[in-house]
Design a protein around this ligand. Sequence first.
Ligand code: OGA
Ligand code: MN
Length: 293
Amino acid sequence: MNFEIKPLHPVFAAEITGINLRTPPSRELVNTIDTAMDRYAVVVLRDQRLDDDQQLAFAQAMGPLEPSPAVVDQHLHRLKYREMVDISNLDVDGSVMAADDRRRMFNFGNLLWHSDSSFKATPAKYSMLHARVVPPTGGETEFADMRAAYDELSAEQQAQIEALVCDHSLIYSRALLGFDEFTPEEKQMFAPVPQRLVRRHAGSGRRSVYLSAHIGTIHGWRRPEAMVLIRELTEHATQRRFVYRHEWRVHDLVIWDNRCTMHRARPFDDRQYKRDMRRLTLEDSAPTLQQPQ
Ligand code: OGA
Ligand code: MN
């Protein structure tokens, strides 16, 4: 295959051209993408005219999938596959969601800087998001490189955070937006999980700071002290020089590594326009506290 890798940003993110994912990828192609992911952490593949079956076949070839998305009102699933996360503003019948829909309120959480499934005991490895319908303006996705951010902390800051463990929960990220309408079952399902704050990225051997809007506290710290530090680190880590902004075209597939990047959606007129994106997610190898450091 005649592919080419073009960097999209000074520190990370690249586009690979010359790849067609409509047929399941060969071992060689999977290795090519994994190698690019280890270096760039965000890989853009344009013009991939995939349906749900093809997107699923590609994702399965990349590794083990997360079984089911953690969302509210799971019984209202619009898509064919349970594993496919519905990143859209659409109701089950394909119309734009009602303004006061609970799922719409919940989904606003995607506008906060986060790492996918950091609130699960075993978090996410890659997310693979495919654009089916995009709005005429807005709705970009921004990515920030947590390895570059770690490298630019001072030696004192690196030492201060080295051994810290944070609790992550969907309830914490939604609380930042004033959303607290969780049912007792959801509260149980979204109970906090511990994750290391500093990780070693398996693919590159580099250290990264594992931040996410889902963080609600640091073990052994008072919560306001913890949240002040997390906010400081998040502001540091999301400075423009660490950020790649993706402007979506229909049929873009973007793969990102949640172990060493954060991302957030940017707003668009979601009362007026449709945005239909579908995500499949690979599971990481183990809880971060059980991974080699
Ligand atoms: C996601 C996500 C951001 C966006 O798919 O996990 O956070 O721009 N998406 O839709
Ligand atoms: Mn996300």
